[in-house]
Design a protein. Structure first.
Length: 296
């Protein structure tokens, strides 16, 4: 994959009708954090700073609470891919020297996760997977992705009451049945604890010196406080690479370096970008994947 001449597209709202923006050339920075398990945090989030919007554009952003936004990034040779899409939860503009800098704070699936109230019961005998799908259907902007997990076919013998918000319901269900979930790109994925929602070793991102691997990856111990029998306690790897939006927490990557080679499950990723500066990178923490968990 060639990685030259960075490019981006930021779409906020519906720019075709005049109630939104299409931004591609202004100076822009971003910081995007994603994890494979959203149940113990506020989900995937992003902070985007746009330089020198005009007063009308700034007013439009400030007047549209929870407006949808999508940031796509990439390189001139290969085009862009969606890095983050969700709802803008806060808009703040500050002046720094001669620049007006507008900061957008975003959450993936934010309004669907937090503003919907659930009031229903999934009937007795339904499976965990059916309960999961019932929750997802209450989130109209969220599509079904890779729903995996060894307990998905287990029956909920007495039924399952859906109450509170979808975020609360997903957390409760996943904790009860040993699952992790994440919403990235408005797609819901689930796995077993420390599992991967894809086992494809052929099409996964490959990180080496020719595809953007920076510095030298190094080993870490994931969930070191857990017992040796706990599935969450595994040897892991931390690495830094040129920005690649195909790296998705909960999926696998292949690392090829002089010290470490193998397949790893991405646990967390932080993407940092500065359109006219130095940053255009991703830093990841990963955990080891067992051979019998992979498909070749």
């Amino acid at each position: 994959m060639r990685q030259r001449e960075r490019i981006y597209t930021l779409i906020v709202g519906d720019y075709k009708t005049g109630n939104g923006l299409l931004i591609e050339k202004l100076q822009l920075t971003f910081d995007v954090s994603k994890t494979a398990d959203n149940k113990n945090n506020n989900g995937n989030s992003a902070s985007i700073e746009i330089y020198n919007l005009n007063p009308t554009q700034r007013a439009m952003l400030e007047d549209n609470q929870y407006i949808e936004a999508t940031l796509s990034v990439g390189y001139r040779d290969i085009g862009t891919r969606v890095l983050v899409t969700g709802n803008v939860t806060e808009v703040v503009t500050r002046k720094a020297g001669d620049d007006y800098i507008t900061q957008l704070t975003m959450g993936e699936g934010y309004t669907d996760l937090n503003h919907t109230k659930l009031k229903s019961v999934v009937s007795a005998g339904s499976t965990v997977g059916q309960v999961l799908e019932a929750i997802r259907k209450e989130m109209p902007s969220v599509s079904r992705g890779a729903i995996t997990g060894t307990n998905l076919n287990n029956p909920v013998v007495s039924g399952w009451r859906l109450s509170g918000t979808p975020r609360e319901a997903l957390k409760k269900l996943c904790e009860a049945y040993g699952l992790e979930y994440n919403i990235t790109g408005n797609v819901l994925n689930t796995t077993d604890v420390n599992g991967s929602f894809t086992t494809d070793t052929v099409n996964c991102p490959v990180l080496n010196i020719g595809t953007g691997l920076l510095e030298t990856p190094f080993h870490i111990l994931q969930q070191a406080s857990k017992s040796k029998k706990d599935r969450r306690r595994r040897r892991g790897v931390q690495f830094k690479a040129l920005l690649n939006p195909l790296i998705i927490p909960g999926a696998i990557v292949k690392i090829e370096s002089t010290t470490i080679t193998g397949f790893y499950r991405v646990n967390a990723a932080r993407f940092a970008g500065d359109f006219r500066g130095n940053d255009w990178t991703v830093e990841c923490t990963c955990s080891e994947i067992e051979a019998d968990e992979l498909r070749t």
